[in-house]
Design a protein around this ligand. Structure first.
Ligand code: 2AM
Length: 177
């Protein structure tokens, strides 16, 4: 079964700048720069028919391009940090696009996503990284990086069947207009 998710791609020059966050934290497994993305809606391992339906519904989305602003590095997981991320400003445009993907996913028959949407680019997965080390890392690197770009489309990505992880393949691209 294909494992699918919708996302905003990260342009090469932004990826290059975000790559500056790599290194300096033990227990971090750094994501390859070409796999950086902003997940909008994780669809999961779904059957071909549901995937076709979701792809069709995504094609009905009519929304204008919008500005994406990276606000800075952060960690998810609190006392047990599990991911290092570059947070993305939760602008009305990205929240509305994500909410529309959520509605479409449900129309395609998928269960509701229970987690609150917090837009981000995952930079590293963390294993055995201490909260202290993560705090120190963020202390040295914190602050807004002054990075933004215009999202002109969103995409449907597939990842390795039932396993997840990159490389991610663009199965379909949907212009924002
Ligand atoms: P993450 O970056 O926060 O880990 C492809 O796997 C993308 O879908 C990843 O960016 C990941 O988000 C997200 N993802 C993976 N498994 C998920 C799940 N069970 N629920 C929601 N999102 C998931």
């Amino acid at each position: 079964m294909p494992r699918l998710f919708t996302a905003i791609e990260v342009p090469d020059e932004i990826g290059l700048a975000l790559a500056g966050y790599r290194g300096g934290l033990s227990g971090a497994r750094w994501i390859d720069v070409e796999n950086y993305h902003i997940t909008l809606r994780f669809l999961g391992d779904i059957d071909e028919e549901t995937a076709q339906e979701a792809a069709y519904l995504l094609g009905q989305v009519r929304r204008p391009p919008f500005e994406v602003t990276i606000t800075g590095p952060d960690a998810f997981g609190g006392g047990r940090p599990r991911a290092l991320v570059a947070k993305v400003s939760p602008s009305p445009a990205i929240l509305e696009l994500q909410a529309e993907h959520e509605r479409l996913a449900r129309r395609a028959g998928l269960p509701a996503e229970s987690r609150k949407f917090a837009p981000h680019v995952t930079l590293a997965r963390l294993r055995d990284a201490s909260p202290r080390a993560v705090a120190d890392y963020l202390g040295l690197r914190g602050g807004p990086p002054g990075l933004s770009f215009r999202a002109e489309q969103f995409v449907l990505y597939s990842s390795r069947d039932s396993v997840g992880g990159g490389p991610y393949v663009v199965e379909a691209a949907y212009p924002l207009r």
